[in-house]
Design a protein. Structure first.
Length: 194
């Protein structure tokens, strides 16, 4: 007879080993997702909770050595303005979830946790892949202008959502979306997706 925790550990190890031995690199990268789920199941079994944001008030920017996909997903509907990590890459699930959630993020910074301190004012520029620590007034104004321009551009795109998806030569096309969360279905439909 074994404990539930031991059984979970062994079964997840088997699954992780299978993914890790696959020749396709896309499947090998799923090992981290398997271990993330493993830790979540174990925490649930022993009654622990894992929220980076417990005890934080107001809007925050999260800096961490690394974030799991589930930690990133937990930022939904929270006051996370952006995040930066020392580890990770543009195609990691953490980065993909950040894009899906519309949260500015820069991953793979290597030393952000060493050089930034609690209370530092930060700009997370996910488009350019940079984090600016304690920006000067001119930089703040520039990024405020960029944010306003991005919001205006996004608004202008919503006006196109009601147009028929037909090319200039009369061919009807289907507009599809790739989602990470079921709640994104409404967003795709609001923007003219099928």
């Amino acid at each position: 007879s074994v404990t539930a925790e031991y059984a979970v550990q062994e079964q997840f190890r088997i699954v992780a080993d299978r993914f890790g031995s696959m020749t396709d690199s896309a499947f090998r990268t799923k090992v981290d997702d398997v271990w993330d789920l493993h830790h979540r199941v174990l925490r649930h079994l022993i009654g622990e909770h894992d929220s980076l944001l417990d005890g934080m008030d107001g809007d925050v920017i999260v800096l961490a050595p690394d974030l799991t996909p589930s930690q990133t997903a937990s930022f939904r509907n929270r006051s996370v303005l952006g995040f930066g990590t020392d580890m990770g890459g543009r195609t990691s699930h953490t980065a993909i979830f950040a894009r899906a959630l519309g949260i500015p993020a820069v991953v793979g910074l290597e030393r952000i946790c060493e050089v930034a301190d609690d209370g530092d004012q930060l700009i997370i520029d996910g488009e350019r892949g940079i984090v600016i620590i304690d920006p000067d007034e001119e930089t703040l104004e520039e990024y405020n202008r960029l944010a306003q321009a991005a919001a205006a551009y996004a608004l202008s795109l919503t006006e196109l959502a009601d147009l028929d998806p037909v090319t200039t030569d009369g061919v009807r096309i289907q507009i599809l979306g790739n989602i990470e969360f079921p709640s994104e279905i409404d967003l795709i439909q609001q923007h003219g997706g099928d």
